[in-house]
Design a protein around this ligand. Structure first.
Ligand code: 26Q
Length: 822
């Protein structure tokens, strides 16, 4: 009996090997001799999962027994990245497992490559949710992540003839060892139909919602381990399935194909992730997805309340719900509906519970990303919720009238309903009214929210607004992704920094230690060599690890200005063409990121980068001093290779447009220097690392608004800066497009006649700053000193700090420590 327990939980090498071979035999059904790498990966994943189960079950039981206050993080996206390596780090068994695999003749890194990552998110917002789950568990905070189990996550990106091509992401093809289906906790979600008022047996006015469609939600749970603690929380993702009753009715009526069609239609709801980042699309299916996972999650919370014998009136004491942007905001109306229509609560009581429960995080200032739903669409899908929203609005507009009498403009600006043309529900307004806390994701972003986008709300409810600057988990983005740096740091200051990232400050005392600095530099060089080899294998391109690795990886978007980076490359190329013997710092320009499939300009930017690469990489005059590469299919897995290899991190969005950025933090932690504008969290990174260790350029957010107000004309810059003119003329002339002058015309014309994101205004400042970067890189001692200080001073950007801010200022939860005994 001891033996059996041991095989599922033991952490020593011999037990791990035995357990691994056992899983290979009994789960994969293979002898080692004929097993594939995938079989080995699966056997190892199950071996690790086994070691999470005692923690996971004890955690759930402890929370349940204590009725612990729980954070529910509602998010349409969770961009988790591969689970295996992360769980090895958190369980503290990375080295042991590596050794065990080696002894079995296997390479752990090759097994990692076999894991299909769950790409259930677009970019920053989805990855942030994943970092937060890691920190919540590491801080022993009871929490559940609620979202959608998309069958197809973010598309895989291929590049053909320089253009992006989208390929379906079939991540579940080989099975998912990390999830457990919990069909016994399925719920039903209603759609469409109409409402009926009636009077109940106590004479109260009640409403009945008669839907015309009912869909089942089935939860799939994934364990979320904390770093070196026993806590193991849950990510609960909902999959949509057809209800049997619908099949059955239609089938009995002889309509077989109708029944099958209904089934298919129901299952579409969780079929695919919308691949837009920072851009809304008013599609019915998207609203169905949002309501689907929100309703499932809230019903799940009511089930938990019941099981733990907690009164409905105490909902807000048991749960605090964080809305990750407006995507889950229909929850405000759905919780009202559940409390009133299903549990018979009166309005005022229900409203007080709702506003005590919700808190809202805003992630964007871009007007095109603010969610609005046409009333007609909304009302036909969610008739009861529209009534509730009208009623919330009635109360809300009364409150405004009291606080700001006779201000009709304000009423129409703030109303939950946009009535300026076609009528819309404004989701951000609903989120603000229904929440007790509203936060931006970086200091500048919160300031601009209060100043512009949510100005009226900040006047009405100043006490609701807080800032919580984003953070990233140092477990995945340093300990796992950068083992060499991790070893070096730990050898000097011990391993506490992985939990308390502020401890990295202790590295500052080594800035003048030449031995340490040279180790720091050597590590960066080795990692660059690794990435070069990887690139050689994938693209058959030679990149020189001695060159400056200048990297921009993030979603492709005009506001992020990948094309400004491209203008810099062409500038350097032009200088070489004008003077082939010019002395320039050799650079490797690496890009990574996906464009939304319907975003034409973003796709054209990818084509432009690839076209420039084709010319620059092959021109003998360049003599390999410049290399340009667009790395396809950027993902979390690939990001983990990229951050540690960077010398220079490109964070060059137009000031006031990037809410925070989180890649900026991952680069800086790994000892890259930032070239950036005063935008998002760049402002705070500069503040932490010191201006002397940061390459700052460009207009400030305030100067951007002023410039636009004063009537910005990009051609003023084109005609007065000969270097800019030459760059634009070269691209227009077809130099990078085999003589085709039409190809990049939409992009060039947009810059010449609109330039919404002020590339031309920032061009000179950017180029001059890049020249300073190139010169600084030549002084390797100085460069290394700067990078070391970057790593040492990025403690603030741990997601542990962000989560502690949420706990202290918004959630007010208490840690619950978990016993490992049975
Ligand atoms: C909305 C409606 C319909 C379809 C899609 C969407 C949608 C999907 C994803 C809208 C926005 C997103 C993603 C936004 C996002 O990732 N924002 C980023 O959030 C990061 C974390 O806070 C910040 O660091 C980035 O600055 C911000 O751009």
């Amino acid at each position: 009996t001891v033996r059996v327990e041991d095989d599922r939980t033991g952490l020593d090498i011999e037990t791990l090997k035995r357990a691994f071979l056992d899983n290979l035999f009994y789960i994969q059904g293979k002898f080692p001799e004929i097993a594939t790498q995938n079989d080995y990966y699966m056997a190892l994943a199950y071996t690790v999962r086994d070691r999470l189960f005692r923690r996971w079950l004890n955690t759930a039981e402890t929370y349940s027994k204590q009725g612990a206050r729980t954070v529910c993080y509602l998010s349409a996206e969770f961009l988790m990245g591969p689970h295996l390596g992360n769980n090895l780090i958190n369980l503290g068994i990375f080295d042991t497992v590596k050794q065990a695999m080696t002894e079995l003749g296997l390479d752990l890194d090759e097994l990692f490559e076999k894991e299909e990552e769950p790409g259930l998110g677009n970019g920053g917002l989805g990855r942030l949710a994943a970092c937060y789950l890691d920190s919540l568990a590491s801080l022993e905070t009871p929490s559940i992540g609620y979202g959608i189990r998309y069958e197809f996550g973010i598309f895989d990106q291929d590049i053909k003839d320089g253009w992006q091509v989208e390929v379906t992401d079939k991540w579940l093809r080989f099975g998912n060892p990390w999830e457990v289906a919990r069909p016994e906790w399925e719920v039903e979600v209603k759609f469409g139909g109409h409402t009926q008022a009636f009077t109940d047996e106590h004479g109260n006015y009640r409403v009945l919602w008669v839907p015309d469609k009912v869909v089942r939600g089935v939860p799939y749970d994934t364990p979320i381990s904390g770093y070196k603690v026993n806590s193991c929380n849950t990510l609960r993702l909902w999959a949509a399935e057809a209800t049997d009753s619908f099949d059955f009715d239609a089938f009995n009526a002889g309509d077989y194909s109708g029944a099958v069609f209904k089934k298919m239609e129901s299952e579409t709801i969780s079929k695919v992730l919308y691949p837009n980042d920072n851009m809304t699309q008013g599609k019915i299916l998207r609203l169905e997805q949002q309501f689907f996972f929100v309703s499932c999650s809230l019903q799940d919370m009511f089930r938990i309340l019941k099981r733990q014998n907690i009164a409905i009136e105490r909902f807000h004491e048991k749960f605090t719900i964080q809305l990750n942007d407006t995507h889950p905001t229909i929850a405000v109306a759905e919780l009202m509906r559940l409390l009133m229509d299903e549990y018979g609560m009166e309005w005022d009581k229900a409203w007080s519970i709702v506003t005590s429960t919700f808190a809202y995080t805003n992630h964007t200032l871009l007007p095109e990303a603010l969610e609005r739903w046409p009333i007609s669409l909304f009302g036909s899908m969610l008739p009861r919720h529209l009534e509730i929203i009208y009623e919330i609005n009635r109360h809300f507009l009364d409150d405004i009238r009291i606080k700001f009498p006779d201000d009709l403009d304000r009423l129409s600006r703030m109303s939950l309903i946009d009535e300026s043309g076609e009528r819309y529900v404004r989701m951000a307004h609903l989120a603000c009214v229904g929440s007790h806390a509203i936060n931006g994701v970086a200091a500048l972003h919160t300031k601009l929210l209060k100043q512009d986008v949510l100005h009226d709300f900040a006047e009405m409810y100043p006490e609701k607004f807080v800032n919580v600057t984003n953070g990233v988990t140092p477990r995945r983005f340093v300990a796992l992704s950068n083992p060499r740096l991790t070893r070096l740091i730990t050898s000097k200051i011990g391993g506490n920094w992985i939990k308390h990232l502020d401890d990295l400050r202790q590295l500052e005392k080594y800035v003048d230690d030449t031995g340490f600095c040279s180790e720091f530099r050597t590590i960066k060089h080795e990692i660059k060599q690794d990435l070069s080899n990887y690139i050689k294998g994938l693209y058959d391109i030679n990149v020189d690890p001695n060159s400056l690795f200048d990297i921009q990886s993030k979603r492709i978007h005009e506001y992020k200005r990948q094309h400004l980076n491209a203008l810099h490359i062409v500038t350097l190329y032009n200088r070489i063409k004008a003077n082939p013997d010019i002395d320039i710092t050799p650079r490797t320009f690496l890009f990574g990121g996906k464009a939304a499939p319907g975003y034409y300009m973003a796709k054209l930017i990818i084509k432009l980068i690839n076209s420039i690469a084709d010319v620059v990489n092959r021109d003998p005059d360049v003599r390999d001093r410049l290399k340009v590469l667009f790395m396809k299919d950027y993902s979390v897995k690939f990001a983990q290779r990229v951050y540690p290899a960077a010398d220079l991190s490109e964070q060059i969005s137009t000031a006031g447009k990037e809410a925070s950025g989180t890649g900026n933090m991952k680069f800086a932690m790994n000892g890259a220097l930032t070239i950036g504008t005063l935008d998002g969290a760049n402002v705070e990174i500069l503040e932490e690392v010191g201006a002397e260790n940061f390459f700052l350029f460009g207009l400030t957010a305030e100067e951007v608004s002023q410039k636009k107000a004063a009537g910005y004309n990009p051609q003023d810059f084109y005609s007065t800066d000969p270097e800019l003119k030459l760059v634009i003329d070269r691209i227009s002339s077809g130099f990078f497009s085999h003589g085709d002058t039409e190809l990049f015309k939409p992009l060039i014309d947009d810059l010449m006649y609109h330039d919404q994101y002020l590339l031309f205004a920032d061009y000179r400042s950017y180029i001059d700053c890049q020249d300073r970067v190139g010169l600084t890189y030549r002084d390797q001692d100085l460069w290394t000193r700067m990078t070391l200080l970057n790593t040492a001073r990025t403690g603030k950007f741990s997601s542990d700090r962000s989560i502690q801010d949420y706990i202290d200022n918004i959630w007010h939860t208490k840690p619950v420590s978990i016993d490992l005994k049975e």
